[in-house]
Unconditional design. Structure first.
Length: 290
């Protein structure tokens, strides 16, 4: 794993920075989700707390980034730019949504921009990692690659004119993604052990972090696989089933159930994706934990 090429001081800083970025990104998504939810009232205090935490995390990343160097600096700079943009859009939309609960086309345009930005970011990151031989053994890079493929499938599926000609290619991409989202327990343990060992913590603290991170990553990849299967169902199965339903109410009910299932998976997906970075930050970044 390329991270072992960093000295321990630089590695710890990189671990802090990537954990802060991951937490910020998913908190931004969580703010948006909570404000758009039609179940119950929006907890304004909670939203404001998330907002403050994002600003604090990004502030510390910007302050510390000058201490980073080499390829690690290049990675952090690219991720900071992407995360800051995504959080800004999510927060701005959430403020409007919390007042109206329905922004219609404004949300659609913003979501399209976020989606395209996300695709471009993941493609550039994959290129950077493969060109510099960083990809092998990096569990987070493997996760990013898996969802880069999922986004490519979604993007093509939205272009209905291209979909029918590229079904085989899209199925192959989802199969590749499924494989990336299915690391063995041995691979998970090897990655987590290497990561935690390089932090040079006290023995009991190290053992506790390693055990919790292993559990976090297991759950993250499990829920990631659930989301992948939901995308596969929507893209390849449901359109055909829905097309055969002549009862309009039946179509609407089936679509509503599928959307409800997707919303449930997405909520658990955010919680699972943010868990590893929160676990890491509680150990090595306590002064910034809000």
């Amino acid at each position: 794993m390329w991270l072992t090429s960093l000295d321990n001081k630089q590695f710890k800083m990189y671990a802090q920075q990537t954990a802060r970025l991951n937490t910020s990104y998913w908190l931004g998504s969580l703010i948006r989700d909570k404000c758009e939810s039609r179940i119950g009232a929006v907890d304004t205090a909670e939203i404001e707390s998330f907002d403050r935490q994002i600003k604090l995390l990004l502030k510390h990343i910007r302050k510390d980034i000058r201490k980073q160097k080499g390829i690690a600096l290049e990675i952090i700079k690219a991720e900071l730019k992407h995360v800051a943009y995504a959080c800004r859009v999510h927060i701005n939309l959430s403020k409007k949504t919390s007042m109206s609960r329905s922004l219609g086309s404004a949300c659609t345009v913003a979501d399209n921009k976020i989606f395209k930005n996300e695709m471009a970011f993941l493609e550039n990151k994959f290129t950077l990692f493969t060109n510099n031989n960083l990809y092998e053994g990096d569990l987070n890079a493997q996760w990013d690659r898996a969802f880069q493929l999922v986004y490519q499938v979604q993007d093509t599926a939205l272009q209905s004119g291209l979909f029918s000609f590229r079904r085989k290619e899209l199925k192959q991409k989802l199969n590749m993604s499924a494989n990336l989202l299915s690391p063995t327990s041995e691979n998970l343990r090897t990655y987590v052990n290497s990561y935690v060992t390089q932090l040079e913590l006290e023995r009991f603290e190290s053992a506790g972090l390693e055990a919790q991170l292993f559990e976090d990553y297991q759950n993250q990849f499990t829920v990631g696989t659930e989301l992948l299967n939901w995308v596969r169902e929507v893209v390849f199965v449901r359109p055909g089933i829905l097309a055969k339903m002549f009862n309009r109410k039946g179509i609407e009910a089936a679509a509503a159930r599928q959307i409800e299932l997707g919303d449930d998976i997405h909520k658990r997906f955010i919680a699972a994706a943010i868990a590893p970075s929160d676990t890491i930050r509680r150990v090595i970044d306590v002064h910034v934990v809000d």
